[in-house]
Design a protein around this ligand. Structure first.
Ligand code: SF4
Ligand code: SF4
Length: 223
């Protein structure tokens, strides 16, 4: 018997901001269809570290970003190991993932898909997950499993409305200002190539792997 309540309690005691559960049939690549349940882990970023990123990325932000990813990855590993020990199959999806071809800017499975299905937020005009509590100032990771989970019906969130803050502040012009609708091509509202090329202008900070200006400026959940 898998102790799900115990796992969630330990994650939250350790500093995890939220844990959500989803059923992902029809939203997984065929190679992962045998793992139809998702556990989404949410780590809320430090507000004093994120606030200055409104003007551009900083060294503390890059270091915090890496540490948050490592924290999430350690918990997805532990959760997957516990599930497998109980007889289920489980696959941790890394917080920061990238698979070839690089020019497609895609991972094995988008954390946002499971997070939205778990009712943790919506896809913003910035293409980030927007949570009601922390806005986009979170890092995410996912465990896929065949263990039946207590999936809840996701609540409906109002979304971005008429806000254009992320579109206005993006120095790369990567955000079209279009509200996300399910089934939309990502490129019709967000240009990952423009975003990635702009990030490379911060080579002196974290080898150009972060920007975060749209994330720091989003008014949702701002402290
Ligand atoms: S991370 Fe930076 S470049 Fe990318 S969309 Fe956000 S503001 Fe624009
Ligand atoms: S800045 Fe405004 S439009 Fe952009 S994701 Fe946040 S709420 Fe949505």
């Amino acid at each position: 018997m898998f102790d799900l309540d115990g796992l969630v309690r330990q994650m939250e005691e350790d500093g995890m901001a939220a844990v959500g559960f989803s059923r992902l049939d029809g939203r997984l690549p065929s190679s992962l269809a045998h793992l139809p349940y998702g556990i989404t882990l949410v780590f809320a970023l430090s507000s004093p570290i994120v606030a200055p990123v409104a003007d551009g990325p900083t060294y503390p932000y890059f270091q915090h970003y890496r540490a948050a990813n490592a924290f999430l990855d350690s918990w997805t590993l532990r959760a997957a190991a516990r599930l497998e020990r109980t007889g289920y199959q489980a696959m941790p999806i890394a917080a920061s993932q990238s698979i070839p071809p690089r020019e497609e800017y895609r991972g094995l499975f988008p954390h946002k898909t499971a997070a939205v299905a778990a009712g943790l937020g919506w896809i913003g005009k910035s293409a980030l997950l927007i949570t009601p509590q922390w806005g986009p100032r979170v890092r995410l990771a996912t465990v896929l499993t065949d263990c039946p989970l207590p999936v809840t019906e996701p609540p409906v969130y109002p979304g971005c409305g008429a806000c254009t803050v992320c579109q206005d502040c993006c120095p790369a012009g990567a955000i079209a200002g279009v509200s996300f609708r399910p089934g939309m091509d990502r490129e019709s509202y967000y240009d990952p190539d423009k975003c990635s090329k702009h990030m490379k202008t911060y080579q002196h900070i974290g080898r150009g792997a972060v920007c975060g200006i749209c994330m720091a400026n989003c008014p949702v959940g701002k402290r």
